[in-house]
Design a protein around this ligand. Structure first.
Ligand code: GLU
Length: 353
């Protein structure tokens, strides 16, 4: 009996304790990168503000309620507006996340980030993160000192979700304005309104209000993507170069050709409709593929994606499936670190139907 009691006590003390009856709070690390959530408006021009001013310590101090939910630590990875985010910083972030989880330094991670490119960093991390622990991105649309600042509520929700068992094994998540999204599906759809994020193809995965999460379809959205890229194997040097070309009525191939001439490893075409583009771009795309450049047919249209039954298909084309051009670019950059074979790369995209 005594042995049994000791064993139960031992389990309670040693296991990362989640949910009801917990003895210790989940350990959450907040990795801050900048953005409007760390921004300050300067009166009298209250709509104008400077992003990336506050440190992670100040962000944590501004939301004391998170300490009731988790034992919180902060890391300042960088402090930038997210239009200045780069693949090199993505790699640094992914290495920090890997070492925090591998060394059992925390149970979950929140990344604060500017909203402009949050979906890109979140998707990159989703593709290279091999850990089941929750990772939740958040930010804000209004600076920290504006009336109705949305940062504190978003940070509170993000910490609560990262501390919640429901987020285990779901891949990288994004929490904004009480909605929970998958990193692969989420995109920014409004330039200034606090309701700025959507998943145009599938809607949000769930809601989180006052720190209480409920997922609409937890099983379907469990992270089922097989393809993972090892952050440990990625070199510290630059990733393959992939750029995006937009198509529109009368688009010439000038930009496409310039990218090929300047050594692009891959090009994503943000096409019109179901991944279509002008004659000029079509001719250049075919030539580029013959010369070993990977070309992905994506679309500038928000819903529906591009499946393999495109108009005028050509040998070696890759289609983006449900990934937006900016997400297709990231998958292609990583894909090209392991293969240049269009069929192999297409199978990676097929995981996002
Ligand atoms: N452009 C800034 C950034 O992405 C501000 C946008 C925001 O964070 O809402 O960091």
């Amino acid at each position: 009996m005594k042995k049994y009691i000791l064993t139960v006590l031992g389990m309670l003390c040693l296991s990362p304790v989640w949910g009801q009856g917990q003895v210790t709070k989940p350990r959450i690390t907040i990795i801050a990168t900048g953005g409007t959530i760390a921004g300050i408006a300067a009166p009298p021009a209250e709509n104008a503000y400077t992003p990336a001013q506050l440190t992670v310590e100040t962000l944590i101090r501004q939301v004391p309620q998170i300490n009731n939910k988790a034992s919180v630590k902060g890391i300042q990875l960088c402090n930038i507006a997210s239009q200045y985010m780069t693949p090199r910083i993505w790699i640094r972030l992914a290495r920090v996340v890997d070492s925090l989880f591998s060394g059992d330094h925390c149970d979950g991670i929140v990344v604060t980030h500017g909203t402009d490119t949050m979906e890109e960093t979140a998707f990159f991390l989703d593709l290279v993160n091999s850990h089941e622990n929750p990772v939740v991105f958040t930010g804000s649309m209004r600076p920290s000192n504006s009336p109705g600042a949305d940062g504190p509520a978003n940070l509170y929700n993000a910490v609560c979700l990262a501390a919640d068992r429901v987020a285990v094994g779901k891949g990288v998540l994004v929490v904004m304005n009480d909605h929970i999204f998958s990193a692969s599906g989420v995109t920014k759809t409004h330039t200034v309104n606090p309701q700025a994020f959507e998943n145009p193809n599938r809607g949000p995965m769930g809601t989180i209000r006052g720190g209480i999460a409920s997922l609409y379809y937890p099983l379907c959205e469990k992270n089922v993507v097989d393809e993972r890229f090892s952050i440990r194997e990625l070199a510290n040097t630059d990733l393959p170069r992939v750029d995006i070309v937009l198509s529109y009525a009368g688009a010439t191939s000038l930009l496409f050709d310039a990218l090929v001439e300047n050594g692009a490893d891959g090009i994503v075409i943000a096409g019109v409709g179901h991944g279509n583009y002008s004659y000029q771009i079509e001719n250049s795309a075919k030539k580029a593929v013959q010369n070993g450049v990977a070309v992905v047919r994506a679309t500038r249209v928000l819903q529906g994606g591009v499946s393999s039954d495109t108009e005028n298909p050509f040998e070696g084309q890759i289609v983006s499936r449900s990934l937006s051009p900016q997400k297709a670019r990231i998958l292609l950059m990583l894909a090209l670190t392991v293969s240049h074979e269009p069929d192999t790369i297409q199978r990676m995209f097929d995981q996002y139907p």
